[in-house]
Design a protein around this ligand. Structure first.
Ligand code: NAP
Length: 331
């Protein structure tokens, strides 16, 4: 039987083959493949591993799980699997990077000029929820405005909440909110949801959910907390004041690229451009998961990115090592 000797832990020095920044499914998958390829691998995560999936209640479309699995549970399984292959996981924030040279550098918060060195850096930086950008949104964030149903839904027991957006996230989170709220009104700017059909069927059959189509939220009002929202009907241009206790905003994702946007090439929306090996415009720098330009943002595509990047990195590190030892022999 295969003998697993490596158990993960802390490496003695700060020089690595692969540093992965970000511990969502893409980063964890890259860590599993990289660790299994016996590359000296460090994964850096600023919060908790799992990324977006820890903010999702159940995942029902990840192959291999006949019944829906809790996002948190799936993340824990991936983390344990990565540690089993000797990957070190460090909880810290990467504050700056230097990627252009062969030896990449990653600086961590609280470590002054001290830095980590690596042949390869993988950017698994993920996304943040996009803001709606209306008056009251910022003021009432945490006081009725939210971007995460599993985090905040219990605060809205027997209340009326508005959900803004018509994509998979808005619809899934609306369904979750109905476990607590007495009514959920989905406000969408078109007359048709963007979410996949199975989710549309579920919301259509949920008696707690109603729809306000062809409409946008213009303002969020209240005193100490949210009390109403001004909703404009885009067809007739009329405003209506809708009483509500909360506004959940799910209008898409923004890439978290502040750390690297001056170094790697991004598209006009700020997502990192890669080739099919997940390599960016810089040799030895890969971008994986939701942060890169791609057509489908799912757990299954994130883990695929991680695997592809790790195998490309393995080849890159092997060629680099061979090249350097051949050079050594010539001297
Ligand atoms: P999304 O697919 O980009 O949808 C964003 C929604 O917000 C759209 O309905 C859009 O309207 C609306 N919107 C955008 N800007 C707006 C604005 N300024 N005012 C009002 N409405 C606005 O984003 P998402 O739902 O967060 O999903 C992101 C990705 O994650 C997708 O690839 C999705 O498939 C994936 N995802 C998958 C699952 C799953 O598989 N279970 C769950 C969640 C998310 P329009 O429709 O008019 O453009």
């Amino acid at each position: 039987m295969f003998d697993i000797r490596l158990t993960g832990g802390k490496f003695q020095d700060n020089t690595f083959d692969v540093i992965i920044i970000g511990g969502g499914p893409a980063g964890l998958s890259a860590a599993i493949y990289s660790g299994r390829a016996r590359l000296k691998t460090l994964l850096i995560e600023s919060m908790a591993v799992g990324g977006q999936i820890t903010l999702t209640e159940y995942i029902e479309n990840y192959p291999g799980f006949e019944k829906p699995i809790l996002g948190q549970e799936l993340a824990e399984k991936m983390e344990k699997q990565a540690r089993r292959f000797g990957v070190e996981i460090r909880y810290a924030e990467a504050t700056s990077v230097s990627l252009k040279d062969d030896e990449k550098r990653v600086y961590l918060s609280g470590e002054g000029n001290g830095h980590l060195k690596s042949k390869v850096v993988m950017l698994a930086l993920g996304t943040n929820p996009r803001k709606l950008g209306v008056p009251g949104e910022e003021e009432f964030t945490g006081r009725g405005v939210s971007y995460c149903a599993p985090c905040d839904a219990p605060l809205f027991k027997d209340k009326h909440v508005i959900v803004v957006g018509g994509g998979d996230t808005a619809v899934e989170e609306s369904l979750f909110l109905t476990k607590f709220a007495k009514k959920v009104s989905i406000v969408h700017r078109r007359n048709k949801l963007r979410a996949i059909p199975i989710l549309q069927e579920r919301v259509a059959n949920n008696p707690k959910i109603d729809f306000i189509f062809d409409s946008v939220v213009r303002k969020i009002r209240g005193d100490a907390k949210v009390e109403s929202a001004t909703i404009e009907n885009l067809k007739d241009g009329k405003d209506e004041e809708l009483k509500c206790d909360g506004v959940f905003i799910f209008v898409g994702l923004e890439p978290q690229t502040a750390l690297v946007k001056n170094e790697v090439k991004c598209d006009e929306k700020g997502f990192i451009v890669t080739n099919e090996d997940m390599e960016t415009n810089i040799k030895g720098v890969y971008a994986i998961g939701d942060v890169r330009v791609k057509s489908l943002r799912q757990v299954v595509t994130a883990v695929s990115d991680g695997a592809i990047a790790a195998m490309a990195a393995y080849k890159y590190v092997a060629e680099d090592t061979e090249f350097k030892s051949a050079l050594q022999n010539l001297r």
